[in-house]
Write a protein that binds this ligand. Sequence first.
Ligand SMILES: *Cc1c(COP(=O)(O)O)cnc(C)c1O
Length: 366
Amino acid sequence: MIPMVDLRAQYASIKEEVDAAVLDVLASGQFALGPQVSAFEEEFAAYSGARYGVAVNSGTSALHLALLAAGVGPSDEVITVPFTFMATVAAVRYTGATPVFVDIEPRSCTMDVAQVRNAITDRTSAIIPVHLYGQPADLGPLLNLAREHHLTIIEDAAQAHGAEYRGRRVGGLGDFGCFSFYPGKNLGAYGEGGLVVTNDEGQAKALRSLRNWGEDQPYKHERPVFNYRMDNIQGAILRVKLRHLPAWTEARRRLAVAYDEALTGTGVVSPTVMPYAHHVYHLYAIQSSDRDRLHRALGQAEIQTGRHYPAPVHLHAAHADLGGNAGDHPHSETAAQRTLTLPIYPEMPSDVPERVAGIIRETLSS
Ligand SMILES: *Cc1c(COP(=O)(O)O)cnc(C)c1O
């Protein structure tokens, strides 16, 4: 069985380092936030080319707090894409703001920046581009637009640790960058985790306060505050794993090249890497009108595949009140029907792309 991701294989490769780091935390008696979390915040911010990092308990919490720090509330609109993991939109709704969707650009599957200008109203306060599958959205024109209209850019970088836009790491390019350390992400905790990066010292302070019951003014805060703290144990684990992330990213990129080559001529569409992008392949997403048939055939051959994501968010029942209809965002809807994600993880055997391509070729020619 080839899984989508093999966390046991990864743990086996770093067991000694991780075990030692965890045992140190157990002995230290510090569990909620703590020195390992603080050190990880600095190291991850530096890795992402940002000044400050504020660790939280999930990527969803990271998005929620970035929105709150940006001042987003019930009277605001936030522009994002419907072709994303549901958390991007859920976080907007937690603030009471209204999500406004623009479609994706069909090759990159990231925000079609050309459509954003028309979606801006006098209620718009923020834009959340999603660096889907590990490829940055087209941030340059988006940042210009945001400057022109005084809007906040919150990068959803949950799938894009170490991805680069025109040679610069994502996260610190917008006003806030939100990362997830869900176990299966490119950098994963052994539990839940997330982090916001920012270059603004005041906002970093605000984020720290929001995540920890208003720590700077306990019992006196003027707005709701949260318990979104990261565990010290997760900080220690993430520090160990961050040291391996560059090598893991290179392994993903090598496997992606192997997939690109093996899939040539099979009739499926391989991912398009945009000229501005350094892609970190959280997922290797292909497109085919026979997606479901390929999913079944690969499953029979003991190769797990995924559908990320089978329904665009504007068509989720949870957001029916926003009035989204089929046909509103055709590229997102088509991508939801055609996208198949193939196994990719640093420890994956190097012959898998060839095997997968063989099954795809056979299936589509029968
Ligand atoms: C995983 C993910 C999130 C949410 O992160 P959690 O840590 O699971 O809360 C948000 N956005 C995207 C695009 C994601 O892939």
